[in-house]
Ligand binder design. Structure first.
Ligand code: DAH
Length: 350
């Protein structure tokens, strides 16, 4: 081929390659073009080979021309490749973008069960009065649940509590009072103890559940008097139900206290008037204006003897209250079973 013809061919190849490179819409097409023009069998490579066959005098000028053309095409390919890569990346950013300003799904936050809240509140009040927490087992020996609390086997008081027996000697504790015995057995006065926990009785209706919670409290030292008990429980009632709440002590009987009392507060629902604003009789206090919230008394000397405390030297008071009862009054609920149904629509209100 003549020198002129080859020159023309180089120019044609370059023009064609440039047109196709500019028109390529994807990076992968550029690679095809590189093979087609610059590859081992590419159009420009063929031309270089033909230049090799020219007379030596013609080779340098044409060779330079072809190599320069090759260099320009390589540069164009690289540039166009870069442009396409940037364009593809921008398109991906656009299509895969996440809108971080959209509101997220907030995890729902739970809260403590109203019984746990009430229990903690009761314990907190006694904490403030210098009482410390002690706990005992829920599966308890008959000895601690009854015997040592001055309730022998044939005692009619055993009928007051419908006991779940595990065996002859083992029961599910029917009250938290056995913690008194367990603590006194291993410690010496002065003692100021508050003991929250679960208790069990074979009983179920609108105001009784087979499992419920009690808080036991007791104070033993030299010279503890009934007036200490009154002052302590009045303070508790005023902190728990409000400073204006009326309190009264009624004589009662428990085998482990002497004398014994039951403590009533002015009805929270009707304010003690026994009638509701509607004129209807109050069902919470059964129209008496008072509701019982706990049992209490001066610890019976027979209990001290069971734990080898000298009843001539020490005196003490004790009390026990039902947590569900207090929670029902505070929340204005008249069916204890609501606490244990686990209906979130109910629980969420507290
Ligand atoms: N243990 C009693 C009950 O379950 C409550 C009670 C009454 C506890 C008088 C006491 C107390 O500590 O002094 O019904």
């Amino acid at each position: 081929m003549s020198v002129e013809a080859l020159k023309q061919q180089i120019a044609d190849v370059e023009a064609e390659a440039r047109r196709l490179i500019e028109g390529a819409s994807e990076g992968s097409l550029l690679e095809d073009l590189r093979v087609r023009y610059l590859g081992r069998r590419g159009a420009l490579t063929q031309i270089l080979r033909e230049i090799g066959a020219l007379p030596p005098a013609d080779r340098p000028a044409l060779g330079q021309l072809a190599n320069a053309c090759k260099a320009r095409l390589e540069a164009r390919l690289a540039e166009r490749g870069e442009t396409l890569r940037r364009r593809e990346f921008a398109a991906r950013l656009q299509s895969e973008a996440a809108d971080i300003t959209l509101p997220g799904t907030a995890p729902t936050l739970g809260h403590l069960h109203p019984i746990t809240q009430t229990l903690q509140e009761i314990v907190e009040i006694f904490h403030g009065l210098g009482f410390i927490v002690a706990e005992g087992p829920e599966v308890e020996l008959d000895f601690y649940n009854f015997e040592a609390l001055n309730i022998p086997r044939d005692h009619p008081a055993r009928d007051m509590q419908d006991t779940f027996y595990v065996s002859d000697e083992v029961v599910l504790r029917t009250h938290t009072s056995p913690v008194q015995i367990r603590v006194m057995e291993r410690t010496r006065p002065p003692l100021r103890i508050i003991s929250p926990g679960k208790v069990y009785r074979c009983d179920a209706d609108i105001s009784h559940a087979p499992m419920f919670h009690q808080v036991e409290g007791f104070y033993v030292d030299e010279g503890v008097r009934m007036s200490d008990l009154k002052g302590t429980l009045e303070t508790f009632v005023h902190q728990c139900f409000g400073a204006e709440t009326g309190v009264r002590f009624r004589p009662s009987f428990f085998p482990f206290t002497e004398p014994s009392a039951e403590v009533d507060i002015r009805c929270i629902l009707c304010g003690g008037s026994a009638r509701l604003p509607s004129g209807e009789g109050c069902r919470v206090c059964k129209q008496s204006g008072w509701v019982e919230i706990l049992g209490a008394g001066m610890i019976n000397p027979a209990v001290f003897e069971a734990v080898r405390y000298d009843p001539e030297r020490y005196t003490g008071f004790a009390f026990g209250m039902g947590v569900e009862r207090i929670a029902m009054l505070k929340c204005g609920i008249d069916d204890i079973r609501l606490f244990f149904d686990n209906d979130l629509r109910f629980l969420k209100q507290f």
